[in-house]
Design a protein around this ligand. Structure first.
Ligand SMILES: [Zn+2]
Length: 175
């Protein structure tokens, strides 16, 4: 490919809106559904960098190499991918630890890195999570937690909130 990128698409001056891990929440799938870079056509991208430009109408979803060029920043996109990758591996470990059901209290608990985290089914429906003397009954979008899978995800985020720094949690270095 002689010229990089699509015709009429600006090369510089982009900002990164978000980075999406296509393997996210892929706890037990065998194959990741890879994406394709909308800038160069590379077909095997796991991390999608969503890019916005003031003079271009669409958000472009691109791979790391193109994101670097479009941002003119050869550090942040990789850093951000590493942060997401690390989080994905922490998530995997967290999910691997088994919940133990307590029939008396009707709670599910697990000990993870020395701390107990507990999921409780609410009397009027929904689930709550207890951790480090705090509780949450809503997910991170502010909705009621209606199923156990969501409760597990919120439990992980709750744990993350407590044990990782803001930087590790959602490194926003390419914003
Ligand atoms: Zn590309």
């Amino acid at each position: 490919m002689g010229e990089w990128g699509l015709k009429g698409v600006p090369h510089k001056g982009w900002i990164c809106v978000e980075v999406i891990d296509l393997a996210d929440e892929c706890d037990d799938c065998d194959e990741i559904e890879y994406g394709q870079c909308e800038m160069c056509g590379n077909e095997k991208i796991r991390f999608v960098h969503a890019m916005r430009h003031p003079d271009y109408p669409d958000i472009l979803k691109v791979g790391c190499v193109c994101a670097e060029k479009m941002l003119d920043d050869y550090v942040s996109p990789r850093k951000r991918e590493a942060a997401i990758r690390n989080k994905a591996s922490r998530r995997k470990n967290f999910m691997r630890a088994r919940w133990k059901y307590n029939p008396v209290k009707k709670t599910y608990s697990k000990k993870y890195k020395g701390e107990y985290i507990t999921i409780v089914a609410g009397r009027y429906g929904g689930y709550g999570i207890y951790f480090a003397e705090r509780s949450r009954w809503k997910d991170y979008s502010g909705n009621k937690i209606n199923d156990f899978k969501t409760a597990e995800n919120v439990a992980f985020e709750f744990y993350e909130e407590y044990y990782t720094t803001k930087y590790e949690r959602d490194c926003i270095c390419c914003l």
